[in-house]
Write a protein that binds this ligand. Structure first.
Ligand code: SAM
Ligand code: DTB
Ligand code: SF4
Length: 340
């Protein structure tokens, strides 16, 4: 069966049925969808740079950069445009295809916009795709970034609507949906996903994927992060203390792989990113995530404030798996889509 337009009417029951499939059947579904829409062995490589670190007024319960938690991350100012562009050049030289700039803000101030625009223009001039994640945006700010040529804006839903209040209280799910609408309306591609391993149930993982797959259009990029536990944050401390959800809700490597596979089936044309958490993941779990349809990764030894695998470990893994860089721009995918 083929379907030209990816479905945006997924139900929780349908998503739950995918999660419940025998692993081989789920992987077969995910691989079938993946191979109909993407070159099977191609992976998009992104690099992250923190352009404004720490001191964030939000209370995200997982984040090293919130001023609410004693994590030891110190607050810095927005860094210089030249430093950003120089880092982008180096990322391009080492094989990155997209350059993501992250700021520990609730939202940018309008007086930051000229510098942000200069960063987008400077990074684009290196030939890299650009992505920013700066918190909530106004219409003006989204418009200015779009006019500068920003390719993607990352703004995550993080978890299900029900679990959200356990994780963040300073910004609502609806605030996030409103920013996503502004980004979409400005003509910027949406990058939107969440974090797995924050004490959520499988029903919450289903709720997150359904929220993503029932947006007016599927996000072009869907980052699936494994929680990087940061000492001093409520969610990090809970994970480090060994807090375990009910047996049916436990997140281990296989549950993470299932989450990636269900994301792939529900959002067939989206680039699914195996995002934070690779440093602590075995090569085998990462390989299964790629088999499940993940086709984007962060490369480079740092994410925003935490470690990512070193280049030599990644090079050895990609060589063993036969993974090659994505050739076409990620948003250009063949018209044929295999329905779930
Ligand atoms: N301040 C902006 C915002 O939150 O909208 C942008 C930067 S924020 C660090 C981007 C995303 O990184 C968060 O939405 C979250 O999904 C992810 N993230 C942050 N800390 C993480 C952690 N410890 N483990 C996994 N993902 C994390
Ligand atoms: C996303 O979903 N993951 C990236 C990116 N968007 C900005 C961030 C991961 C941050 C991991 C924790 C850290 O390094 O501070
Ligand atoms: Fe601030 Fe973003 Fe961290 Fe939340 S995730 S505390 S908004 S930097």
């Amino acid at each position: 069966m083929t379907d030209a337009i990816p479905r945006t009417d997924w139900t929780r029951a349908e998503a739950a049925a995918l999660f419940d499939l025998p692993l081989a059947d789920l992987m077969w579904r995910a691989q079938t969808v993946h191979r109909a829409n993407f070159a099977a062995n191609e992976v998009q490589f992104s690099t992250l740079l923190s352009i404004k670190t720490g001191g964030c007024p939000e209370d995200c319960g997982y984040c090293s950069q919130s001023a609410k938690w004693g994590t030891g991350v110190k607050a810095d100012k927005l860094i210089d445009v030249d430093a950003v562009v120089a880092t982008a050049r180096a990322a391009k030289a080492s094989g990155a295809q997209r350059f993501c700039m992250g700021a520990a803000w609730r939202n940018p101030r309008d007086r930051d916009v000229p510098a942000l625009v200069a960063m987008v223009e400077g990074v684009r001039a290196t030939g890299l795709e650009t992505c920013m994640t700066l918190g909530m945006l106004s219409d003006y700010q989204a418009g200015a970034l779009a006019a500068a040529g920003l390719d993607y804006y990352n703004h995550n839903l993080d978890t299900s609507p029900e679990h959200y209040g356990e994780i963040i209280t300073t910004r609502t799910y609806d605030d996030r949906l409103a920013t996503l609408a502004r980004v979409r309306d400005a003509g910027i591609n949406v990058c939107c996903g969440g974090i797995i391993g924050m004490g959520e149930s499988r029903a919450d993982r289903i709720g997150l994927l359904v929220a993503l797959a029932t947006l007016p259009a599927h996000p072009g990029s869907v980052p699936i992060n494994a929680l990087v536990p940061i000492a001093g944050t409520p969610r990090g401390d809970a994970l480090l203390a060994g807090e375990k959800p009910a047996p049916e809700d436990v997140v281990d490597g296989l549950e993470f792989v299932r989450t990636v596979a269900v994301a792939r089936v529900m959002m067939p044309r989206s680039v699914v990113r195996l995002s934070a958490g690779r440093e602590a993941m075995s090569d085998e779990t990462q390989a299964l995530c790629l088999l499940a349809g993940a086709n984007s990764l962060f490369v480079g030894s740092r994410l925003l404030t935490t470690a990512n695998p070193e280049a030599d470990r990644d090079a050895a893994l990609f060589a063993r798996l036969g993974v090659v860089p994505m050739t076409a721009p990620a948003q250009v995918v063949p018209a044929v889509v295999v329905a779930a």
